[in-house]
Design a protein around this ligand. Structure first.
Ligand SMILES: [Zn+2]
Length: 268
């Protein structure tokens, strides 16, 4: 994609600045492209919302705004964020993911969780702010671990009982208070599969804006135990070889990239 950098500014949009127009999890796109000029979106904003700066695309400021799609001035098409990130390799994933997270933060923190009063923009930082309680509310990030577990020439794939797709994927879960990411890998694996793992090592990370996870990708080796699935989490799980396994998530996802990397290591 073009040259994108995420950032923060309090300046109001100008007519030619760009806007990612969202309504819930859907991005409302013009026929060609992903963004609108501010001049075309001003007037379609949802009541009580403001455009929020999210970054810079090729020198042009980019904002996100909650819109009423019926009020946009020309034909638009809705694209679900998940569809864009999972099935459209040409989508500007970083920009759309950032826009969605910033919009979510704005909508979730319009009121103070302590006193219930209305929040405003913090004068100096990207935060909502309650002047009465003097509390900032920053965009929320939820660290999650995801792990590919190797057992000799095979690796573990599992299908979620909540899955919306036919993919088999990896063991994953939220890091809990007081826990390291490595401890979360061991705990989630034990809870969901009954297995213990060893040699847990971090590899890479990926923002995952559904709505605000930061996925931390790990490798681990099987140590002991038999597969006993936590039924409300996993519908099925098994060991597979690199040459013969069910469909896995695309390489736009960290799960897909972890699996690809492990297969490379196993081949080498
Ligand atoms: Zn307050």
């Amino acid at each position: 994609m073009e040259n994108w950098s995420a950032g923060w500014s309090r300046k109001a949009p100008a007519a030619d600045d760009l806007v990612v127009a969202m309504n819930g999890p859907e991005i409302w796109c013009p026929e060609d492209g992903w963004t609108h000029r501010w001049a075309a979106v001003d007037g379609a904003l949802d009541e009580g919302t403001d455009p929020v700066y999210v970054g810079d695309l090729d020198g042009r400021a980019v904002y996100v705004a909650s819109v009423d799609p019926g009020m946009l001035l020309y034909a638009t098409r809705p694209i679900h964020l998940r569809e864009a990130l999972l099935t459209m390799p040409d989508a500007p994933a970083e920009m759309l993911g950032t826009a969605s997270q910033v919009q979510q933060w704005f909508l979730d923190h319009r009121f103070c969780g302590r006193c219930g009063g209305e929040t405003g923009f913090h004068p100096a930082e990207r935060a909502r702010w309650c002047g009465r309680c003097d509390i900032p509310f920053y965009p929320r990030l939820a660290p999650c671990v995801i792990v590919v577990i190797r057992r000799g020439g095979r690796f573990l794939l599992a299908r979620s009982s909540r899955a919306r797709s036919h993919f088999f994927s990896l063991i994953a879960g939220f890091v809990e208070p007081g826990e390291s990411a490595e401890e979360a890998v061991a705990r989630e694996t034990l809870e969901e599969t009954g297995l213990t793992v060893t040699n847990v090592r971090y590899w890479t990370s990926q923002p995952w804006p559904f709505p605000h996870q930061l996925m931390l990708g790990f490798f681990a080796d099987y140590e002991s135990g038999d597969l006993v699935l936590q039924e409300d989490e996993l519908a099925e799980a098994d060991w597979f070889t690199p040459d013969d396994h069910p469909p896995v998530p695309p390489e736009t996802t960290i799960a897909g990239r972890l699996i690809r990397q492990l297969k490379r290591e196993m081949a080498g």
